[in-house]
Write a protein that binds this ligand. Structure first.
Ligand SMILES: Cc1cc2nc3c(=O)[nH]c(=O)nc-3n(C[C@H](O)[C@H](O)[C@H](O)COP(=O)(O)O)c2cc1C
Length: 206
């Protein structure tokens, strides 16, 4: 598919058929994630491709548990309904044929080696290049999914249960869970979300 068409066609897909996604396609999607730019070409990432149903169920249960532990403010009924919506947007991956978990470890910075500036200071100064790196890789995954006729949705909401999920997935230091992508063959087509016009978001500096 042409890149422009792939970009136009991408939208968050949250419902999937039960059809499996082949290992070859999943390998190729992760390979393309690894082609993304990264800070100092550190490639500080690893991708867990999770298809085990019992594990997905346990992960979703942990996320629900953590959401239900969140403090509810006044106007309780309203907040409960908000929470149940959040719960769905955080746990629908349970029904996905595939969930890709992105792990990252601290990147190595040249500046850190040559100066007294700490890793955390550099990260703040450069506006979290690790997260910028993650975004580039995830976008490659989302666009590749479209390219293979799949639907996908970036998911950070499950991280409300980060510690429990790291435990379930056996993630240990220096690795950390960064974000997820749920994926599968699309079931139905949601309405496209509106976007700001280019005139609203562009400013030429000449
Ligand atoms: C960093 C990030 C995290 C997101 N996390 C979630 C999530 O946890 N659950 C979800 O349903 N959608 C999630 N989304 C998808 C956004 O809601 C979606 O991209 C946005 O509404 C625009 O819709 P579109 O992707 O269909 O264009 C996330 C998107 C981004 C960029």
């Amino acid at each position: 598919m042409e890149l422009a068409q792939t970009i136009e066609n991408r939208m968050s897909i949250r419902s999937y058929t039960s059809e499996k996604v082949s290992r070859e396609i999943l390998r190729e999607i992760v390979r393309r994630a690894g082609l993304a730019p990264s800070i100092n070409n550190s490639q500080p990432w690893k991708f867990l491709v999770i298809t085990r149903k019992d594990l997905l169920r346990k992960m979703a249960e942990s996320v629900s548990e953590s959401i239900n532990e969140l403090p509810v403010k006044d106007a309780e009924d309203l907040n409960k309904s908000v929470l149940s919506r959040v719960e769905w947007y955080s746990t629908f991956f349970e029904e996905a044929p595939v969930l890709i978990a992105m792990l990252m470890k601290p990147y190595e910075s040249v500046l850190e080696q040559g100066t007294g500036i700490t890793h955390d200071e550099i990260t703040r100064m450069r506006n979290h290049p690790d997260m910028q790196t993650a975004g580039a890789a995830i976008q490659n995954i989302l666009l590749s999914a479209v390219d293979f006729g799949l639907g996908a949705c970036w998911m950070s909401a499950p991280l409300v249960a980060q510690a429990k999920l790291e435990d379930l997935l056996g993630v240990t230091a220096p690795w950390k869970l960064i974000t997820f992508v749920a994926m599968g063959h699309p079931f139905g087509k949601p309405a496209r979300k509106s976007r700001k016009s280019v005139d609203e978001i562009i400013e030429f500096v000449e």
